[in-house]
Design a protein. Structure first.
Length: 310
């Protein structure tokens, strides 16, 4: 009886141990599967995180490149805007000089008549109002700043290009206008008074009625004689009754002549700026006393110099 009980107990224990071992194996299998599943999930999460990091890194690199391009474009625009500001100031200065010279020329009746033809060149570029339609603030219009939002850079570049084109056109037209104004006689060649006027008169030396092609400006011998407009010396030397004579070709059909000089200070083909001294007054040639004989020619015809004196 005891033997049967011991055997039963032994079998029960063996069965229990077998069951426990089986449970342990099952738990181990389940744990291993869970661990593998957990590792798989974590590995996928890591790969996804790594891909996200790579995407972010690429985005950062793209952003850095975009910022670098933006900085380069902004710096270039700033430089262009500074150049345009300088160009605008040059245009303003040229405009002021042209207006001042226009006012000077307008003080002579001949100059006022000549302005009509000169302005036609400007009207072709600036419209029917010509330079009368330009104000100082229009000559150099305000420019956008290069610090504007990146999305506006293209608009700013277009504005810069348009402004440069406008300023360049205005500058070219103003330069041409100013140059043409400079070639219109509009100042006294010498300080003095008119002793003999333009037109028919009795010649003081030869006698008889003769046409006087200029005006005689009475002044002391040695008085500086200035060119009445810019141009090139076409003749400088002795010419019969004129004595020492200087002729200046101003272009646009204008020529001036200065006679009876005591001394010539320029040479043929020399360029002269308006108001530059070309000689000294005297009494050479057919002359009764120190003075400057002054002639103005326009379009191949001699005209009354008084119309070109302020």
């Amino acid at each position: 009886m005891r033997r049967v009980g011991f055997t039963a107990l032994t079998g029960y224990i063996a069965f229990s141990l077998a069951g426990a071992a089986l449970s342990i194996l099952v738990l181990m299998a389940l744990s291993h599967g869970y661990i593998r599943w957990e590792l798989t999930q974590k590995s996928q999460a890591f790969m996804e995180a790594n891909q996200t990091i790579q995407v972010l890194q690429q985005a950062n690199r793209d952003r850095d490149k975009a910022i670098a391009r933006l900085q380069t474009d902004t710096a270039r625009l700033k430089a262009q805007i500074h150049e345009l500001e300088a160009l605008g100031e040059q245009v303003n200065q040229l405009l002021s000089r042209a207006v001042n010279l226009q006012n000077q020329v307008s003080r002579t009746s001949g100059g006022r008549a000549a302005l009509g033809g000169v302005r036609r060149q400007s009207e072709r570029i600036l419209g029917s109002r010509g330079f009368a339609g330009i104000r100082r603030q229009d000559a150099a219009p305000p420019l956008p700043t290069a610090s504007s939002a990146p999305g506006n850079l293209q608009r700013i570049q277009q504005s810069v290009t348009q402004t440069r084109h406008a300023l360049t056109g205005i500058q070219a037209a103003l330069s041409d206008y100013y140059d043409r104004l400079q070639r219109i006689p509009s100042i006294w060649p010498a300080a003095g008074r008119i002793a003999s006027r333009f037109g028919d008169r009795t010649h003081p030396i030869l006698g008889g009625e003769r046409f006087h092609e200029g005006v005689d400006i009475s002044c002391p011998s040695g008085t500086p004689v200035a060119v009445a407009a810019e141009g090139v010396v076409s003749f400088a030397g002795w010419q019969g009754g004129y004595g020492y004579l200087v002729r200046v070709d101003h272009g646009n059909g204008y020529e001036t002549r200065y006679a009876h000089l005591s001394r010539i200070l320029v040479r043929s083909r020399q360029w002269l700026n308006k108001g530059e001294t070309l000689g000294l007054a005297g009494t050479t040639g057919l002359s009764t006393g120190p003075h400057v004989h002054y002639e103005v020619w326009a379009g191949g015809q001699v005209v009354n110099p008084v119309f070109y004196l302020p």
